[in-house]
Design a protein around this ligand. Structure first.
Ligand SMILES: [Zn+2]
Length: 316
């Protein structure tokens, strides 16, 4: 009988639970809004119920659980220390309730690491030995694969979004100033547009004069239509991201850098700029074969990534 993984992708806005096979294919899934108001225990109950629903009537074998969540985490103890997008969650035990309920081994990591592993096994990172994954959405998360394995350092390595690009830059939600995330995340792009909004800008027109309607997608829409303000904002965010990628290239000299997350819906505009920027700025000896690519797993990257956490351990 074919083996499968029960994969869980826990985020602040949605929870995805899926059955994923060892080829990285999502066989069945269920997505719900996170019942965040019910607190940590309420959300855990929601996950258990979603898992039960999915497993009901499933005839094939399920051998383990893989779960990716926002961090920082204590992977060994199965704890979420706290998560900015899960208010009120402090030192929440996430692994134990899953183990006790489903009687399966549980493999746990942060969502960006899980996504990096998913891309490495089944997506754009297939065939590489060393790769870096960045997810650019509300924040910027990162995952590092060295020698075909996730690199954790002493536990929390890979916080590439908090690489400081300019100490005089905008405040980051981590408390520092000028982190990559504070320049190049979707949130940062929207924030800049709100701050510098002028009635003459197309952003104003697209947002119908309401700041709350502005998000990164809207700014990109204005950018595509030649709006000057949008061009300035996008350029600033891409230059910061380019600097980040130059640093990554110098530190890791990876086979590939893979970019995912909501902002990459506009990859057509983003990738050529970044490739060109990095090629120009890296030192001699790094210029050859710079590979900056978009995710191949798209919206299922969270589930496939979570499953991958289990798959690599079972295959070992
Ligand atoms: Zn930061």
């Amino acid at each position: 009988m074919k083996k499968n993984i029960l994969a869980i992708d826990l985020g602040g806005t949605k929870i995805a639970v899926g059955l994923v096979n060892f080829k990285g294919k999502v066989i069945k899934k269920n997505v719900e809004s996170t019942e965040i108001k019910k607190g940590a225990q309420g959300v855990i109950k929601q996950i258990l119920r979603m898992g039960d629903d999915l497993l009901a009537g499933f005839q094939e074998k399920v051998v383990a659980i893989g779960i990716g969540t926002a961090g920082p985490l204590d992977i060994k103890r199965g704890l979420i220390f706290f998560a900015p997008n899960l208010p009120g969650w402090h030192n929440v035990q996430i692994v134990k309730p899953l183990k006790n309920h489903f009687h399966l081994p549980v493999y746990f990591d942060n969502d960006a690491n899980a996504a990096a592993l998913g891309e490495f096994l089944f997506g754009a990172g297939k065939g590489t030995k060393n790769m870096i994954y960045l997810t650019i959405s509300t924040g910027i998360g990162g995952g590092i694969i060295i020698n075909k394995k996730l690199y954790h350092g002493r536990g929390n390595a890979g916080e590439i979004g908090h690489m400081i690009i300019d100490p005089n830059g905008p405040k980051c939600r981590c408390g520092n100033y000028g982190c990559l995330e504070a320049f190049s995340s979707g949130t940062a792009i929207a924030r800049e547009a709100k701050k510098n909004l002028k009635k003459a800008s197309l952003i104003w027109k697209l947002a119908k004069g309401k700041k709350k309607n502005i998000d990164a997608r809207l700014v990109f829409e204005a950018y595509k239509n030649g709006d000057k303000l949008a061009q300035k904002i996008i350029l600033k965010s891409l230059v910061a991201l380019g600097i980040g990628l130059v640093n990554i290239t110098h530190i890791f000299n990876p086979d590939k850098v893979i970019l995912g997350g909501g902002v990459m819906k506009d990859k057509k505009y983003i990738l050529p700029f970044l490739r060109d920027f990095v090629r120009k700025k890296v030192m001699f000896g790094f210029k050859k074969d710079i590979k900056i690519e978009a995710t191949k797993l798209k919206s299922d990257v969270g589930l496939i990534g979570a499953a991958s956490l289990a798959i690599v351990k079972i295959r070992e």
